[in-house]
Design a protein around this ligand. Structure first.
Ligand code: NAG
Ligand code: NAG
Ligand code: NAG
Length: 566
């Protein structure tokens, strides 16, 4: 190992001081060889993404050997693997795919359902992992990378990056939904997961680096050139539970082989595994969750056309709304496509509403009535007048309210285009709507920025009465609400839409502004917890605001002058 790192250091030297020495021939070291082992069972829904990401990894393929084993399938896993291997086998140093057609549609004798982790199922998995390890050791591969078939390694540098860490056993931290990930920070006396305070800062990447932990799983790279690696294995030591990942961690612990989890980069995603008691449909829900997470952080989610037709989506519908609108600026194509991909995953039928672009706001537009900005309005935070983008944004919402009234639409969901849906969005949204269907309300926020530290009072199990808030990421609006918002004639004294709504439900702190609107009778609720969040928070990588980055409009300017300014 030392020799290896020394060499790599020397290789850098010529770039730093080219006079040090001139290389007479290419002494560059090849990348270490890696045997990648994958067990497959009923993974037709994840394999197309898994294989696409795997093949996209930036690592020399002639230094990779792939070992796949697929059995006990009830789906098209075997077919997908066979097709993929036929197409790409020659790119790799080698590929071994074994399938067992006589196990198709079968369960282990003691299994109650396909996802049941019965003793015999554990036994089977342990045997297969041992076979993989044996096989790859005999290849004399430098590393084994044991990875599950539902991991999406969206970061192409993952393998190179992990190899460069020069650690005996290392795992890339994977994002899931909620607090699940592929490492533990502590193990209890029965060898199971134990929560400690170190966990969240690593998961949320507040602390970044590679951390020694008692458990890594799901995607694990082990350096087989280390002498101690011979002690690694998946068979449980005496008194340990029958569990492959616990066994692996215990062997490492016993032989002082540190396990590391790395989170410097965002490497990829993995769904939360199913518990034995879960019904199979939640497997698909979990997949939707992880795909939405991946889409919002890494768009587009890679998918090889060879496998695209194996991916299925739910039938699109309107989630019980008269209409679902998404407001999107025509020039923000990337966002639109990202959202459309999310809608597809969620089975949401959404009407695209072309946003009024502040940059080319044209008051002579036929739809555009005359606008007067509110006298004395000033952004409470930046202390600046209203921006063209904010005017455009207001108008976009305003025209949706108008369309609702014109069409007499009973209820609509209005979404902006920079949002991320929480896990199990579909279920949670429908539960919420059912819960409040007989209650008296005009508007329900499903995404906003809560400003007040005070706890908002609960109105029902999943709703609160909102205080002053920012943003209009998503809200459900009834016809009654649209009528009230229009009746307030906001275009005569325009201010940003996320100030206007709190005024209308009479929770705005600025009495001067409030006084512009006499009938502040909007009945507002908020989903608690919220169901959509911004994809990028202000200041984060990739954050673009269409309202913050546009030109300032002088307050009180009548529309004719405003147009000239924009
Ligand atoms: C294939 O699966 C069958 C049915 O479960 C099993 O009995 C058999 O041993 C398996 N064959 C191999 C080679 O693993
Ligand atoms: C209301 O906003 C104006 C700026 O538009 C500001 O001058 C005033 O102090 C604010 N009032 C309160 C009570 O915050
Ligand atoms: C609502 O109105 C818009 C424009 O006025 C129209 O394009 C749309 O088809 C209408 N929708 C329904 C459901 O009537």
């Amino acid at each position: 190992m030392c020799k290896f790192s020394l060499l790599r250091f020397v290789l850098l030297v010529p770039f730093i001081c080219s006079w040090c020495f001139v290389e007479p021939y290419d002494i560059a070291v090849k990348w270490p060889t890696i045997g990648i082992a994958v067990l497959v069972r009923n993974k037709a829904h994840t394999l197309p993404y898994f294989l696409t990401c795997l093949h996209d990894l930036d690592y020399p393929k002639d230094r990779i050997y792939l070992w796949f084993h697929s059995d006990y399938n009830e789906d098209k896993s075997d077919e997908i693997l066979t097709k993929w291997v036929e197409r790409y086998e020659s790119d790799y140093n080698g590929v071994q795919l074994t399938t067992n057609s006589s196990s198709t549609g079968q369960l282990q004798p003691d299994q109650e359902r396909p996802h049941h982790w019965s003793p015999q199922h554990f036994e089977h998995v342990i045997n297969l992992r041992e076979q993989a390890l044996d096989f790859i050791r005999k290849l004399w591969a430098d590393y084994i990378f044991m990875v599950d078939a539902d991991v999406f390694l969206t970061n192409r540098d993952t393998l190179k990056d992990l190899v460069k860490k020069q650690l005996p056993v290392v795992a890339p931290m994977l994002i899931s939904d909620g607090i699940y990930s592929n490492f533990w920070c502590a193990m209890n006396e029965y060898y199971y997961y134990k929560r400690t305070d170190d966990y969240m800062p690593i998961l949320q990447r507040e602390q970044r680096g590679c951390f020694p932990v008692p458990m890594v799983h799901t995607a694990v790279l082990a350096d087989l050139r280390r002498r101690a690696s011979d002690a690694l294995g998946y068979r449980p030591p005496r008194h340990a539970p029958l569990d492959d990942i616990i066994a692996f961690a215990l062997h490492a612990q016993k032989h002082d082989i540190p396990l590391h989890i790395c989170n410097e980069q965002l490497y990829g995603f993995a769904p939360v595994p199913l518990e034995a008691t879960d019904d199979p449909s939640s497997d698909l829900e979990q997949l939707v969750n992880v795909k939405l997470e991946a889409i919002s952080r890494h768009y587009p989610l890679p998918l090889d056309p060879l496998l695209a037709h194996y991916v299925t989506y739910p039938q699109p519908w309107k989630y019980g709304m008269s209409e679902i609108y998404m407001i999107n600026l025509e020039r923000r194509r990337e966002r639109r496509e990202m959202m459309e991909q999310s809608f597809k995953e969620l089975g949401m039928s959404v009407k695209l509403f072309k946003a009024i672009d502040g940059r080319k706001l044209d008051m002579s537009d036929l739809r555009s009535p005359s606008i007067t900005l509110m006298q004395g309005y000033e952004d409470p935070y930046h202390r600046r007048p209203m921006k063209a983008g904010e005017v455009g944004c207001f108008l976009s919402h305003y025209f949706i309210w108008k369309e609702m009234v014109a069409n007499q639409s009973e209820v609509a969901l209005v979404l902006e285009d920079d949002i991320h849906f929480v896990p199990f969005f579909r279920l949670r949204f429908l539960t919420l709507m059912n819960e409040i269907k007989d209650m008296d309300w005009d508007l329900v926020y499903i995404g906003r920025k809560i400003l007040s530290d005070a706890d908002e009072p609960y109105v029902s199990e999943h709703t609160t009465a909102p205080y002053y808030s920012y943003w209009t990421l998503g809200y459900v609006l009834r016809l009654s609400g649209a009528e009230k918002l229009l009746a307030a004639r906001p275009l005569d004294r325009l201010l940003p839409v996320d100030e206007f709504l709190p005024i209308m439900f009479d929770k705005h702190p600025n009495a001067t502004w409030k006084a512009n609107f006499l009938n502040r009778n909007l009945k507002a609720l908020s989903a608690a917890p919220l169901l959509v969040h911004p994809t990028h928070y202000t200041g984060q990588e990739g954050y673009i605001s269409d309202t913050e980055d546009s030109a300032v409009v002088a307050p009180g300017t009548p529309s004719e002058n405003a147009r000239n300014e924009l």
